[in-house]
Design a protein around this ligand. Structure first.
Ligand code: SF4
Ligand SMILES: [Zn+2]
Length: 388
C-alpha cells in the first residue's frame, strides 16, 4: 500500500462547505481527504451512489485498437462495479471520482454475474482480441477483489488467447503477486496510473500516495515477470497552468516512454465531487485545451513506444475543449492519431480559437497569472474578468 494518508493540509472553517480554499481562517486544519469525502459520505450521497444492482456492470463497450505489432483490431472494455480502491478508502487522488461505481458489499458472485453480463452484452466478446478489465482500483489487490475472481478472469482470457489489460497502483505490483499474475496470464498488460513523473506533482497536485521510486520498482518487477507496462499520465493536474501542463507532460512522456510499452495521456476530465470539481466550480480550474494536446502530440511524436491520447468528454465543458465550434474535428483527429500514430491526422485542422489558445500559453509562461484563467465557455469574456 501507499503508506499513510497524506499530511497535506488545508485550513478551513467548515469542511463541508469549503471550496478547497487556501486562505487560512485560523481554525483547525483538516486533511485533504476530508475535504474530498465530506460531501460524499453524507447519507443522501451514499444512498444515491449505492442505488445500483451489484450484479450489473458499470459499463461495457467496444472500440478500435492497435496491437503492439501495429495491426488493427477491436477491444472490449469492461468496467466493473467493485469495492473500489484501497487508496481511496484511506485518502484518494484529487481528481478521482471512481467512488461513484463502488460499494463495500460487492461479492464474488456479483463480480461473476457482471463478467457474465459483459459476455452476454457483447456476444461473448465477438470480434475482440483485447479485453480491458477495469475495477476502479487495482485488479489484483485481494482486499478489493476476491482472488478467485481475479484467477478466473486471468485464466479464462489467457485460455481464449485474448490480450488482457488490467489497472493497478504501483506499490501493489509486488514480486509475489506479479509472479502469481504472470503464471495465470503470461504477458498480461498492467496499466499503472502514474499521472506525473515528478514527486512534487504526485504529492501536492494529485495526492497520489506513491512515489516515482515506487513506480520505477514496479516497472522492474513487471519486466522481471515479462508483463507489459502501460503508463497513464494526467494532462493538467489541478494547481497547474495550461502552459506548465504542456511543458511538464512533454518532459514526462520523454522520461517514461522508453520505460513503458505504451503511454496513455489522460487529459483531465472533471468528475463530480472531487477536489478538481470544487476548483472548477469556483472558476479556479479550466480543463485543458484540445490544441494543447495536438501540440503535445506533435512535440513527442518521435518518442519510441506507442502514445495514446484519449480525451474523455472531449468538447464538453468538463472535458478537454476548445471554442465549441472546432472541438468535434480536433477531438476526432486526436482519437484517430491514437490508433494510427500518423501526424497527418492533423493536416488541415484549424480554427480561429487556436490564436486565443496560443496567447494563453504565452501569457501563462511570461507573466504571473492566477491559476484557472483562460477562456471559459460558460461566461461572456467580460464576465470572466470579474471575481467569482
Ligand atoms: S485514481 Fe486510481 S489510485 Fe487514485 S483514488 Fe482513483 S482508483 Fe485509487
Ligand atoms: Zn475553435
Amino acid at each position: 500500500m501507499g503508506g499513510e494518508p497524506h499530511e497535506m493540509r488545508i485550513v478551513t472553517k467548515d469542511p463541508t462547505s469549503c471550496s478547497a480554499g487556501i486562505i487560512s481562517s485560523g481554525s483547525k486544519a483538516v486533511k485533504i481527504h476530508h475535504l474530498i469525502k465530506a460531501p460524499e459520505n453524507n447519507p443522501g450521497s451514499i444512498r444515491k451512489r449505492e442505488s445500483w444492482d451489484a450484479n450489473e456492470l458499470a459499463t461495457v463497450f467496444q472500440s478500435p485498437e492497435r496491437l503492439p505489432d501495429g495491426t488493427f483490431c477491436e477491444a472490449t472494455t469492461v468496467i466493473f462495479r467493485t469495492r473500489g480502491c484501497v487508496w481511496w478508502w484511506n485518502s484518494g487522488c484529487t481528481f478521482c471520482g471512481y467512488f461513484n461505481d463502488v460499494r463495500d458489499d460487492v461479492t464474488v458472485d456479483n463480480l461473476m454475474a457482471q463478467w457474465q453480463a459483459a459476455k452476454d452484452q457483447t456476444n461473448n466478446f465477438e470480434g475482440s482480441e483485447v479485453i480491458k478489465v477495469y475495477t476502479s482500483g487495482t485488479f489484483f489487490e485481494d482486499r478489493e477483489n476476491p482472488p478467485e475472481w481475479q484467477e478466473h478472469i486471468l485464466r479464462e482470457t489467457h485460455e481464449r488467447g485474448l490480450r488482457l489489460i488490467v489497472e493497478a497502483r504501483a506499490e501493489m505490483c509486488t514480486p509475489e503477486k506479479m509472479a502469481w499474475v504472470a503464471e495465470r496470464h503470461p504477458g498480461c498488460v498492467i496499466a499503472i496510473g502514474l499521472e506525473a513523473y515528478d514527486d512534487e506533482v504526485l504529492k501536492f497536485h494529485c495526492n497520489k500516495g506513491f512515489s516515482i521510486k515506487q513506480w520505477n520498482r514496479a516497472v522492474e518487477v513487471l519486466r522481471e515477470n515479462k508483463l507489459e507496462v502501460k503508463t497513464y499520465l494526467l494532462f493538467k493536474p489541478p494547481f497547474m497552468s495550461e502552459s506548465d501542463s504542456l511543458t511538464h507532460c512533454i518532459e514526462w512522456i520523454r522520461k517514461v516512454g522508453p520505460l513503458s510499452d505504451e503511454v496513455s495521456v489522460n487529459p483531465m476530465n472533471i468528475q463530480r465531487n472531487t477536489i478538481v470539481d470544487r476548483l472548477f466550480r469556483h472558476r479556479e480550474y479550466r480543463p485543458p485545451w484540445l490544441w494543447s494536446l495536438v501540440e503535445m502530440i506533435r512535440l513527442v511524436h518521435d518518442v519510441p513506444g506507442r502514445l495514446i491520447v484519449h480525451p474523455t468528454a472531449a468538447g464538453r465543458i468538463r472535458g478537454a475543449h476548445n471554442c465549441g465550434k472546432c472541438d468535434k474535428h480536433v477531438a476526432a483527429a486526436i482519437e484517430r492519431y491514437s490508433v494510427s500514430a500518423d501526424l497527418r491526422e492533423f493536416d488541415g485542422i484549424t480554427c480561429d480559437c487556436e490564436k486565443i489558445w496560443a496567447s494563453e500559453i504565452e501569457l501563462d509562461s511570461s507573466i504571473p497569472v492566477p491559476l484557472g484563467i483562460g477562456i471559459d465557455r460558460r461566461l461572456p469574456p467580460e464576465d470572466s474578468l470579474m471575481s467569482p
